[in-house]
Write a new protein. Structure first.
Length: 216
């Protein structure tokens, strides 16, 4: 990465390289799915460990494959990890054998992310939801029909609904999309919120308010 790529470009301290990495994750549901899984599971492992997080050895590809539960073929996972490392979304935590990896945290102002637009922060939630498109056809169809910005709007409205901050239904708050299309992505949103609830660094746990408390 060059010096220009490392200069901060927003109030959250993101660099051009960070924004490029976020854009790549939003472009690729498979990479987003892998990054989100590594991000959440890594935070869970560190929280449950007595070891210094700065000395943590990371998650190996074979262990990550278990967390992905067969969603991603092992034959391509190594290449995916290499690409994630190349764009700065993942870094090597331990160069021993086998190599351990950890996900770098991303959170950017939406106005600086072309696919999402204004009005929110682009971080693990929306990246995780885009990752759901890798295994959930309804999310991919929503992205194809309406784009990332409206998917993020549905996500934000659903979170507000779970918090009890909406007087209308999520469907009523998203008139731009067909009711059936909005409802079809709700299970994916709940899966993402369930996983985020497991993340000790997120600070919000809505698992007891979801309709699928098992996360499945």
């Amino acid at each position: 990465m060059d010096g220009i790529g490392r200069e901060t470009v927003d109030s959250l301290g993101n660099t051009v390289d960070d924004l490029v990495a976020i854009g790549r994750l939003l472009d690729s549901p498979r990479l987003a799915h892998i990054w989100f899984t590594l991000h959440v599971e890594g935070n869970v492992v560190v929280d449950e460990s007595d070891n210094d997080p700065f000395l943590w050895d990371g998650i190996t590809v074979s262990k990550l494959l278990e967390y992905l539960d067969g969603d991603t073929p092992q034959s391509t996972l190594y290449n995916d990890i290499d690409e994630l490392e190349e764009i700065g979304a993942v870094e090597v935590a331990s160069e021993g054998q086998p190599t351990g990896y950890k996900a770098n945290f991303f959170q950017a102002e939406a106005e600086n992310v072309e696919k999402v637009g204004d009005g929110s922060l682009v971080g693990p939630k929306i990246i995780g939801l885009v990752g759901e498109a890798y295994t959930d056809e309804a999310v991919q169809e929503f992205l194809n029909e309406y784009g990332h910005s409206l998917l993020d709007d549905v996500l934000q409205m659903y979170v507000a609904s779970v918090r009890g901050a909406l007087e209308k239904s999520v469907v009523e708050m998203i008139p731009e999309a067909d009711e059936e299309d909005v409802e079809a992505v709700v299970p994916a949103i709940e899966r993402v919120l369930f996983e985020m609830g497991r993340d000790p660094l997120w600070g919000h746990d809505y698992r007891d308010k979801l309709s699928i408390p098992s996360g499945e």
